[in-house]
Design a protein around this ligand. Structure first.
Ligand SMILES: O=C(O)CCCC[C@@H]1SC[C@@H]2NC(=O)N[C@@H]21
Length: 255
C-alpha cells in the first residue's frame, strides 16, 4: 500500500499491465476491454499505434520509439468529483518525466490542463475518454503519449522529445516511472477528496500563471492574464472585465 499526505491508499498490486507491439489506439483497446467486463486498473501500452488519437479529433503521431500508454479506470470517483482527475493525471505524468530528465535539464512544466512541456515545447499529450457501459458502470481511460525518441515534423505547437532534451530513457523505463507516479498520485487524489493537494502540486508545476495568454475556444479566442485554476480545474482568465472568465476547455497559447 502507498499511504500519502492526502490520506488515500492505492496498492501497486491493484494495477495490471498488458504490453502490445501494435494496436489501433491504446485508449480504444482499454474501452473494448471495459465493454468486455474488465474490472479496471489496467494499463495497456503499445510500441506503435496505427490510429492514435489526440484531443479534438486530431490524430496522434504514434511511430515506434515513444511511449503510448493508457490506464483504464472503472468508477474512479463520484461524478461530481471527477473534474479534478485531469489535473491529477498531469501531476503524475509531470513527475514521471521529471524523474528521467537530466538534473540541469530544461524546465518541465504543465500547460493547462494537462500537456507537458519541456523548455516550452510539447513533449506529452494526455487524452481522457469516458464511457457508460451497458451494465451501468462508468469507464474512464487516461491515455498518455510521450515523445521519447521521435516526434512529428509538423504540429500545432512547438514540439520536442525527451531525447532532444538530453534524457536517455527507453519507453519501458519511462513506463516503469509512470506506473509508480500514477499510482502514488491517484492515492493522493483519493477519488477527488485530495483535490487541494493536487491543485497545489499542479500550480507549482504550471507554466504561465500571471502571464498574458490566449485561449482558443471552438467559436472564439480570448486573451488576458492567466490567473490560475479554480477548485474544479477550470482556467481563470482575467480579461480586464468586471468578472473573471472561467474556461473548462480550450487551447492555450503563451505570449
Ligand atoms: O491531443 C493530445 O494532446 C492528446 C494526445 C493523447 C495521445 C495518447 S497516445 C496513448 C493514447 N492512445 C491514443 O489513441 N491517444 C492517447
Amino acid at each position: 500500500m502507498i499511504g500519502l499526505e492526502g490520506g488515500g491508499r492505492v496498492s501497486l498490486d491493484d494495477f495490471r499491465h498488458v504490453a502490445l507491439n501494435e494496436v489501433g489506439s491504446t485508449n480504444s483497446e482499454c474501452l473494448v476491454r471495459a465493454r468486455e467486463g474488465d474490472r479496471g486498473n489496467l494499463w495497456i501500452t503499445a510500441a506503435r499505434q496505427t490510429g492514435g488519437r489526440g484531443r479534438r479529433g486530431r490524430a496522434w503521431f504514434s511511430e515506434p520509439g515513444n511511449l503510448y500508454a493508457s490506464l483504464l479506470l472503472i468508477e474512479p470517483a463520484p461524478i461530481e468529483l471527477l473534474h479534478s482527475l485531469p489535473l491529477a493525471v498531469a501531476v503524475a505524468v509531470h513527475r514521471a518525466i521529471r524523474q528521467v530528465m537530466p538534473l540541469a535539464g530544461a524546465p518541465v512544466e504543465i500547460k493547462w490542463p494537462n500537456d507537458i512541456l519541456i523548455d516550452g515545447k510539447k513533449t506529452c499529450g494526455i487524452l481522457l475518454e469516458g464511457e457508460s457501459l451497458a451494465d451501468g458502470r462508468r469507464a474512464l481511460v487516461i491515455g498518455c503519449g510521450i515523445n521519447i525518441a521521435v516526434m512529428p515534423d509538423e504540429a500545432l505547437y512547438p514540439v520536442t522529445s525527451l531525447r532532444n532534451e538530453g534524457a536517455s530513457v527507453s519507453p519501458d523505463d519511462l513506463f516503469a516511472h509512470l506506473f509508480l507516479t500514477m499510482a502514488e498520485t491517484l492515492s493522493v487524489w483519493d477519488q477527488g477528496r485530495g483535490v487541494a493537494h493536487i491543485i497545489d502540486q499542479w500550480r507549482a508545476a504550471a507554466r504561465g500563471i500571471g502571464e498574458t495568454i490566449t485561449v482558443n475556444l471552438p467559436d472564439r479566442s480570448l486573451s488576458g492574464r492567466f490567473a490560475g485554476i479554480d477548485q474544479d480545474g477550470r482556467l481563470m482568465l482575467d480579461t480586464g472585465s468586471d468578472t473573471m472568465q472561467t474556461i473548462a476547455a480550450g487551447d492555450v497559447f503563451f505570449g
